[in-house]
Design a protein around this ligand. Structure first.
Ligand code: HEC
Length: 231
């Protein structure tokens, strides 16, 4: 009986290119092509089986439809938790003109307003407020706004017969106020593409409010601690 090596031996040396391993043959031959019995190494097979075994529970856990498990959901949750943390610092804001003015001059809070804007407003007003369906928010002309407080009113109730949606039931109070301040802050910036001005030119926004801990100048009775003792 011939050994494998002999069975496998080429007819002439010329027919063989390169080195022929002396592994055993399986005994199959297809059109004269023979197959070595040369299985994949055990470690490779176990990695393959292991990755299949890992994939099934992984898929079930992350993509089985349970709430809050995908990377996306967890990112959103982390963002929301972060905004909640930040909001704890300012508490529930007052939904009024003064608060909108106050936060117009607080750049770190404007960034929170910006995240609200990015999520809810850019589809109509453009990423940098240049205007798409909605008007350009960077120019000096406004359709529904005469005073900065009107921005908040437009956000709360919408405008243009619903073309600008009402947000009071969709955003929290703090989100509304900070988005209003952010929208106001876009005025005077230069967007990539700017829509034609719409509406009328209005007076500049009010200046930054005076800090509370600053001692007011002048001699008005209100600022005196040792007042006249009226109770
Ligand atoms: C579905 C599109 C759409 C979305 C989303 C949208 N707006 Fe508007 N917005 C409009 C339109 C349209 C107007 C103009 C309404 C009119 O014709 O009076 C407008 C008007 C405004 C105005 C008043 C501008 C002016 O000239 O009077 C402000 C401020 C504003 N939007 C801010 C926002 C903010 C902030 C958000 C996100 C919370 C937002 N908008 C989301 C479409 C949109």
């Amino acid at each position: 009986m011939k050994s494998n090596a002999e069975t496998n031996a080429p007819q002439t040396d010329k027919e063989v290119v390169g080195h022929v391993p002396d592994d055993p043959l399986t005994g199959h031959a297809y059109d004269g092509i023979q197959e070595f019995d040369n299985p994949l190494p055990g470690w490779w097979k176990w990695m393959f089986i292991g990755s299949i075994a890992f994939a099934l529970p992984y898929w079930a856990f992350y993509h089985g439809g349970a709430e809050g498990r995908t990377v996306h959901d967890r990112y959103d949750n982390a963002m929301a938790a972060n905004i909640r943390l930040q909001f704890e610092e300012i508490g529930e804001l007052k939904e009024d003109r003064e608060t909108v003015v106050k936060f117009l001059y607080e750049p770190s809070w404007l960034r929170v307003g910006q995240t609200v804007f990015k999520t809810n407003c850019v589809s109509c007003h453009g990423a940098d407020g240049g205007g798409i369906v909605g008007p350009n928010l960077t120019d000096e002309e406004y359709k529904n706004v005469k005073d900065i407080g009107d921005i908040l009113t437009v956000l709360q109730n919408g405008a243009g017969g619903g073309a600008m949606p009402a947000w009071k039931n969709r955003l929290s109070t703090n989100e509304l106020v900070l988005a209003a301040s952010y929208a106001a802050s876009l005025r005077g910036t230069t967007p990539g593409t700017a829509k034609q001005p719409e509406g009328r030119k209005i007076a500049p926004w009010p200046a930054a409010p005076v800090e509370e801990d600053e001692t007011p100048e002048g001699d008005d009775a209100e600022s005196e601690e040792s007042g006249d003792g009226t109770t």
